[in-house]
Design a protein around this ligand. Structure first.
Ligand code: BGP
Length: 475
């Protein structure tokens, strides 16, 4: 094809809490996700204050990357991956977040993973915080609501940078940081759920707390970038945004305005801060309208200005439409609900499949920022059938990937500077939203099931061979 630039980073993405398991081994502490039970689309996962014998917590074993990392990295190599997106579990390095010294056994685990990747010339892409934080920090500080979290997080970042400075080049600060603009971000990313027990949707929303916590994350993100630029210039640091392409549901100007409002707060506010270095005026207006008063320190504006990211990364699964009419029918999607788009079909979980929406958002992002872009999550969650001869005929996934890669190609032809693509869940992992194994994204099937059974065997799906063949031609 030749459309993608030389050295394009093709690969796959994972996150520690959905992938590693070994939740309490070698000194690891309890993280937020270790307190989340399994669930499904019809029976939502729950957060529990204690870890109960009667509940099942999928992150505890996940798909056991902890003991399968060599096998998995060898599979990534067979696929032809050039990059491997993973996150570091904060609780492996600082079990409660509060220790003065890091946990050496946790550090050693990632040394081994990075060394294994190096063996195959696969570049790690490390997310510093992917939907998990020490649960102790939720109990003690109500998560990111407290400004103390910034220093506690920076201690962790300094440890990671110092230790892995010769092994890692690409880092992302917070996974899908803009999920903090949505009510469920309180639990997933901000940890402002002290003493809360119940479903994600059941949390009583408190915008004041949420945006204060988000401000602290934005400061921590900017300090991380500045630390890298000042002391580890070999690092490239990116943001990570959840980008949900949104269309006005009709050409009624009221719908168009409503859609603009959605896009500003949900899609652009965090990345405007992370790329441009300041809160845009529409965000300040929004805070005023909603009576949100963010407590800032004098130095915060300078910190944001200094800590702007080197490249833009985002997840893309589906698009949505926005209407000013509150009565319209809702459709599901990654973190957001919207109005059904009659021109699109949806996944079994109701996420509307829209490759053109990827081309559109890539152009929007590049027009706005003109910095290199990487797609760090994209894929199809589906129920896969494992046949008795250990095959999985996932043609639907091949179709999804083929169309989205075609859309990327078109965006590059449009002029977008796209530098990489890591498909989400290249190997089956626990679902973030529902906490189930049944929603699978992988090119590799993992024999692990929602009742906790399974032997963790790794089995190549049909899509594995398709992607392998694609990368042979495109690497
Ligand atoms: C993103 C998260 C991932 C991942 C993905 C798919 O929002 O960053 O962690 O899980 O969505 O979502 P789900 O697992 O809910 O299907």
């Amino acid at each position: 094809m030749g459309t993608f630039k030389d050295g394009f980073l093709w690969g796959g993405a994972t996150a520690a809490n959905q992938y590693e398991g070994a939740w309490n081994l070698d000194g690891k502490g309890e993280s937020f996700s270790d307190h989340c039970t399994s669930g499904s689309l019809v029976s939502p996962k729950r957060i529990t204050v204690n870890i109960n014998d009667t509940d099942f917590y999928p992150s505890h074993e996940a798909v056991d990357f902890y003991h399968h990392y060599k096998e998995d990295i060898e599979l990534a190599h067979q696929l032809g991956f050039k990059v491997f997106r993973m996150s570091i579990a904060w609780t492996r390095i600082y079990p409660t977040g509060l220790e003065e010294k890091p946990n050496e056994k946790g550090l050693l685990f990632y040394d081994r993973v990075f060394d294994e990747l190096k063996k195959y010339n696969i570049e790690p892409l490390v997310t510093l915080s992917h939907y998990e934080m020490p649960y102790e920090l939720i109990k003690r500080y109500n998560g990111w609501y407290s400004r103390e979290l910034i220093d506690i997080f920076m201690k962790y970042v300094r440890t990671v940078f110092e230790r892995y400075q010769n092994k890692v080049k690409y880092c992302l600060t917070f996974n899908e940081i803009n999920v903090g603009t949505l009510p469920m971000g309180a639990a997933l990313s901000l940890g402002t759920v002290r003493n809360y027990e119940g479903t994600l949707a059941g949390i009583v929303d408190d915008k004041q707390t949420r945006y204060q916590a988000l401000h602290h994350q934005l400061i921590a993100s900017a300090l991380t970038v500045a630390l890298a630029h000042d002391n580890y210039p070999q690092f490239k640091i990116g943001n990570m945004n959840i980008s949900v392409t949104a269309y006005p549901h009709t050409c009624n100007p009221q719908d168009v305005l409503k859609c603009q409002e959605f896009n500003r707060i949900m899609n652009w506010m965090c990345s405007d801060v992370q790329v441009r270095g300041y809160y845009p005026q529409y965000a300040l207006n929004y805070f005023q309208k909603e009576a949100i008063r963010i407590v800032k320190k004098d130095e915060d504006d300078d910190i944001l200005k200094k800590g702007t990211v080197d490249f833009f990364t985002f997840s893309y699964y589906n698009s949505t439409t926005v209407s000013a009419d509150k009565e319209r029918q809702e459709s599901l999607g990654n973190m957001t609900v919207g109005i059904k788009n009659p021109y699109l079909t949806a996944s079994e979980w109701g996420w509307q499949i829209d490759p053109d929406g990827l081309r559109y958002i890539l152009n929007e992002i590049y027009d706005r920022y003109q910095i290199p872009i990487m797609i760090t999550e994209n894929g199809l969650g589906a129920k896969d059938d494992l046949n008795s001869d250990n095959t999985v005929e996932d043609d639907y996934r091949i179709d999804y990937l083929r169309k989205h890669i075609r859309a990327m190609e078109q965006a590059v032809e449009d002029g977008v500077d796209l530098i990489g693509y890591t498909m989400w869940g290249w190997i089956d992992v626990v679902s973030a939203s529902t906490g189930e194994m049944a929603k699978r994204y992988g090119l590799v099937y993992v024999r692990k099931y929602d009742d906790g059974t399974g032997d963790y065997a790794r089995i190549k799906k049909k899509s594995f061979y398709w992607f392998q063949d694609f990368l042979k031609k495109n690497n």
